[in-house]
Design a protein around this ligand. Structure first.
Ligand code: KIV
Length: 255
């Protein structure tokens, strides 16, 4: 097993695991040098980098381009490449997509879906490629679901999520993201889960670790900030100030 994956698994129940998105060289280098455990080249790059309304417009070409840039920057963190919508419809296609992403130098891939994707995950893992699963809110299903909503709110939904986790584990994934899920449900799933759970919008301390979208963390995308985001900087305001100062400087008459 990849030693970076072993190090992540060894943290289960001992130390929280940190994961952050990055989509380009300078951001990935800063995030890596700051010491994050895992960098996710998420398909959220569709919104954060490319100006699409959601992740359903992201293609494999976009992911290959951005993953390669992140791989060039990351020296220590485990780099996970997200598999975009419509690139893992069958187990065979899933393996082909995973291989293409791994060819950029990524350490692992992530795909959305639990029980419905068990065979797809198994095909990738059996080829020696580490997989991070993703259950709860699945952003690639935003159109089918008519928006983003909290998952695990009813007993039936919570039980279905538990089955999703079990399927991801059976298929051989090393980790699973639990997105936008009732906090008590995320905690129950984590307790029953032998692999590393990573929460986002699933409550503080309910999972083995947390993932955040980089732009939410640093205030880099002021036009939409999810309710659960905790910005720790305001780089949008800093950029605006620097650009305004530059414009004023350029416009100043020369002596
Ligand atoms: O694409 C992404 O950034 C993600 C995280 C929200 C987990 O999938």
């Amino acid at each position: 097993m990849n030693s970076k994956i072993e190090a992540i698994l060894a943290k289960k129940g001992i130390a929280p695991v940190s994961e952050l998105t990055a989509y380009d060289y300078p951001t990935a280098r800063l995030v890596d040098e700051a010491g994050v455990d895992m960098i996710l080249v998420g398909d959220s790059l569709g919104m954060m980098m490319l100006g699409f309304p959601d992740t359903t417009h992201v293609t494999l070409e976009h992911m290959l381009h951005h993953t390669a840039a992140v791989v060039r920057a990351a020296k220590n963190a485990l780099v996970i490449a997200d598999m975009p919508i419509h690139t893992y419809e069958t187990p065979e296609q899933a393996l082909q997509t995973a291989r293409a992403l791994m060819a950029t130098g990524a350490d692992a891939v992530k795909l959305e879906g639990g029980a419905a994707k068990e065979e797809h995950i198994r095909a990738i893992v059996q080829a020696g490629i580490p997989v991070q699963g993703h259950i709860g809110l699945l952003p690639q299903k935003v159109k089918e679901e008519g928006g983003y909503r909290m998952h695990g709110k009813t007993d039936e939904e919570a039980a279905a999520m538990m089955r999703d986790m079990e399927a991801v584990v059976r298929a051989g994934a090393f980790s699973v993201v639990i997105e936008c899920t009732r906090h008590s449900v995320a905690a129950e799933i984590t307790k029953a889960c032998p692999i590393v759970t990573i929460g986002i919008g699933a409550g503080r301390g309910t999972c083995d670790g947390e993932v955040a979208v980089f732009h939410d963390l640093v205030g880099g995308f002021p036009w939409f900030v999810p309710g659960f985001a905790k910005p720790r900087a305001d780089i949008a305001a800093d950029i605006t100030r620097a650009v305004k100062e530059y414009i004023a400087d350029v416009q100043k008459p020369t002596e």
